[in-house]
Design a protein around this ligand. Sequence first.
Ligand code: HEC
Ligand code: HEC
Length: 325
Amino acid sequence: MNLVLFYLCNMKKTGLLSLVSITVYLLVAFSAPPKVLSKAKLGEQLFHEKILSKDSSISCASCHIPEYGFSDTVAFSMGIYGRPTTRNTPPVLNMKNRPYFFWDGRAGSLEQQSLMPIAHPDEMGLPIKEAVARLNQSKVYRELFLRTFGAVPNANNLAVAFAAFEKTLETDSSRFDLSFDDSTQMTEQEERGRKLFISEKTKCFDCHRMQDFTTDEFLNIGLYDGKGLNDPGRYKVTGKKEDLGKFKTPGLRNVAVTGPYMHNGMFKTLEEVVEYYNNTGAFVLNPINMDNRVAVPLGLTRQEKADLVAFLKSLTDKRFEHLLK
Ligand code: HEC
Ligand code: HEC
């Protein structure tokens, strides 16, 4: 390697450069740190680790597919033994500032959340004790945990590693973000959509506000009627009648690449979502406990609907833009 470098440098006939290159190479070679993964890197490896599921067939990444904005492309994902999940898989992006996790908010931290899918019978179906035992049986993982945490794998450091990785999955380079410094980033149509989104007419901004386009509130947009639509949402956690049909307001960053939409994946496209908000009553006849703000038809024109969708697409981070059609 040294020789190759030396040869290459001589070919360029820049004596000083070759000396510098060799010095840099030697410095790097001798000061290379021992193999210690950061907590986040270890978490990333575990996120793709199938031995954490009962039959070693499923990892977190099987449902939270990194290439698709860390969400799935179908309404319900497949857990072990082909068991479908009962709710739509949300993207694991921009989770750092969320106070609650899951559609009903039953987890209060990423650390607490991350062990739940491992044990969940429809997801990975492996008791945590067994998951920890498997990691300890693996020479590689024992060593990695020892180096990273100074301790062998246990439920606590496993959860910390997952959370550390998830906290790195923040996105802030959509054209919408870039438009703050460079107004040419957004098209005229997207700009019209933005104005509609924050308008009194649509009220989208009432609930999809703040940095990640969510107030993190539990709200009911009319997708619960106790019959065909029977997921009671937040009610499952609190047992309070006023929480019937309420779900965690999802953030909207990268939303164009994370369909299908809603807790039950009932809408395939953003066009369908906007159609729903435009006249919720046309979709669900007798919703229970619905928020007043989405009860009145919006009367959007075709152009306005298209503008709203265009705005939602402008919230796509650069790294996922190639997925937009
Ligand atoms: C079989 C598919 C599947 C697997 C495997 C899976 N998840 Fe999920 N994940 C889901 C579904 C479905 C939900 C929503 C469930 C709910 O709200 O009740 C979810 C929710 C989440 C959330 C909450 C997101 C939010 O917006 O509140 C996080 C974070 C998460 N999963 C991380 C993980 C991690 C970490 C793993 C691996 C240890 C994992 N998931 C494995 C399907 C899966
Ligand atoms: C009253 C609060 C409220 C208003 C107003 C509102 N939303 Fe929502 N939005 C929610 C909640 C809550 C959900 C999740 C509902 C569910 O899954 O049952 C949601 C879901 C969505 C989703 C699906 C996201 C996903 O990842 O599945 C999109 C897209 C969306 N809203 C866009 C909009 C647009 C565009 C408007 C304005 C036309 C709007 N919202 C108005 C509260 C609101």
